[in-house]
Write a protein that binds this ligand. Structure first.
Ligand code: COA
Length: 141
């Protein structure tokens, strides 16, 4: 059974494991704990039989939301869970949503464009580790 709900602090370590295997530039657990304790950040998880298989971290920046991270555990990818999680957020949106993605991340780009996100900017050489560009996408509510 798939469920989407807010993440509890006892589940942060499991989130961190998905984070570590999903990103080159993963957050430290201490950073995630700090963000979790800050009410401007919202942590939502997608659960299979009450086990976290993906998450999204949103930042409420007063006039806009930003997707800080979204990841699905490798074994659960390409099964529609990333789309389900984002759709859950988009269905409930009371302001616009922005995010940034590496130009090489075709899977994520396909996902965002399939949901109606529009490319609004390119940040040249934004990612210091590889020097690649970042694409900024906007979803207008
Ligand atoms: C990006 C990510 C969250 C997508 O989650 P997912 O659950 O695998 O995506 P879904 O199964 O919901 O896919 C939805 C759509 O996205 C696109 N898509 C997803 N993964 C794709 C891939 N690897 N290649 C091409 N298209 C892909 C497809 O258009 C798909 O629609 P379809 O199934 O009708 O073809 C997941 O691949 C992930 O965790 N990646 C590592 C972390 C990351 O890169 N996060 C994004 C940073 S900006």
């Amino acid at each position: 059974m798939i469920e989407i709900r807010e993440i509890e602090d006892s589940e942060l370590m499991d989130l961190f494991h998905i984070e570590q295997i999903s990103f080159l530039n993963n957050y430290r657990i201490s950073t995630l704990v700090d963000m979790y304790g800050n009410s401007s950040y919202k942590f939502l998880g997608i659960f299979n039989r009450n086990r976290i298989v993906g998450y999204i971290i949103l930042l409420d920046s007063i006039d806009i939301y930003e997707v800080i991270k979204i990841a699905i555990s490798p074994n659960y990818r390409k099964k529609g869970l990333g789309k389900k999680l984002l759709n859950y957020v988009l269905d409930d949106l009371d302001k616009n949503l922005i995010l940034e993605v590496r130009v090489s991340n075709k899977g994520a780009i396909n996902l965002y464009e399939s949901l109606g996100f529009k490319k609004i900017n390119i940040r040249k050489g934004y990612y210091a580790d590889t020097g690649e560009d970042g694409i900024v996408y906007l979803f207008s509510k």
